[in-house]
Design a protein around this ligand. Structure first.
Ligand SMILES: Nc1ncnc2c1ncn2[C@@H]1O[C@H](COP(=O)(O)OP(=O)(O)OP(=O)(O)O)[C@@H](O)[C@H]1O
Ligand SMILES: [Mg+2]
Length: 301
């Protein structure tokens, strides 16, 4: 059944200025949301990087977060992961307001989250099996034979062979790195999976394969998935729900509605006209910036 928004648009005053909204564009959070932002402000290095963000992420659905570079996409994931705290506003994750929680009280909320980092953030000197096993070893009291069984099942789930578990990260293709990173994100069966740029650096065919994997895992395990992406075509194929971050406003709604937005910036972000030179440049410039390895340490420390 398709997810629908039920709240009225006049509940959320922060974003519709000067631009006609499409029928289902919305800017608030509803009871069906697994994660809800209410007037969230974030300051980093004395700069407001997120202003008055009010939005919701529907439970069990795939939401794609789009926006220009520096619009706050990775910051949004970091907030949800409790890696940074908002300056003000309310942020509810799986029923808990985490905006002012102490690190100790954040632990049970973080246990509901899986994180797939930009660039994979796999531990270089550790093989695939041990990379995937890491959250189980850190956060559970499972015995080694149970861990072996879980990791092997997870390898199969993400389309890898058990023998791939013996490889080191440097021996993996780009697509395999994403699969391993996804396996590590879902190994604890989290309620919510956060994925920062999972398609960056991948060719179109591998992108489609990873997309299918997301869809399959979302369908089979019912996880709420938040995916930051720059790929408009992948976004439109994958998303049940979209959040678009822009400097002066944010917009959310079903992708098939937002493509008809009267805001040219939204049209542009959702345009599937591919400029091959930019695709090549994007691959060359693909770095490990964003929601990355530094965050990995703080998440599991
Ligand atoms: N630790 C920090 N200190 C100061 N400013 C920061 C910090 N982290 C991020 N920022 C700033 O916050 C803004 C949003 O950063 P963020 O990484 O969320 O952008 P993004 O939308 O993920 O961009 P990209 O598409 O390039 O990954 C940027 O202007 C960035 O410079
Ligand atoms: Mg980013």
């Amino acid at each position: 059944m398709r997810w629908r928004f039920r709240a009225s648009s006049d509940m959320f005053p922060n974003t519709m200025t000067g631009v006609e909204a499409t029928k289902n564009e919305r800017t608030g959070a509803s009871d069906e949301d697994h994660i809800a932002f209410h007037n969230v402000n974030v300051e980093l290095g004395e700069r407001m990087v997120i202003r008055n963000l009010t939005c919701g992420f529907p439970k069990g659905r795939i939401t794609v977060i789009l926006g220009g570079s520096g619009s706050g996409k990775s910051t949004t994931l970091r907030l949800i992961g409790g890696l940074i705290a908002p300056l003000s506003g309310k942020l509810v994750v799986a029923g808990t307001n985490i905006s002012k929680l102490s690190p100790r009280k954040l632990v049970p909320v973080r246990a509901k989250l899986g994180m797939m980092f930009q660039g994979g953030a796999l531990l270089d000197s550790t093989n695939v099996f041990d990379n995937i096993a890491l959250p189980l070893r850190e956060h559970t009291r499972m015995k080694e034979d149970e861990i072996r069984s879980e990791v092997n099942q997870c390898l199969t789930r993400v389309g890898l062979k058990q023998s791939d578990g013996l490889l080191l990260p440097r021996e993996l293709s780009g697509g395999m790195v994403k699969r391993v990173a996804l396996a590590r994100a879902i190994i604890t069966k989290p309620e919510i999976v956060l994925c920062d740029e999972p398609f960056s650096g991948l060719d179109p065919i591998t992108t489609k394969r990873i997309e299918l994997l997301f869809k399959q895992i979302n369908k089979e395990l019912g996880m709420t998935m938040l995916i930051v992406s720059h790929d408009a075509a992948a976004t439109l194929r994958l998303a049940d729900h979209l959040l678009i971050l822009m400097p002066d406003r944010s917009v959310q709604g079903p992708p098939d509605e937002l493509v008809n937005s009267s805001d040219p910036r939204i049209k542009n972000l959702l345009s599937t006209d591919v400029d091959e030179d930019f695709v090549k440049l994007d691959k060359i410039l693909d770095t490990n910036a964003g929601f990355g390895p530094g965050d990995l340490e703080s998440t599991w420390s």
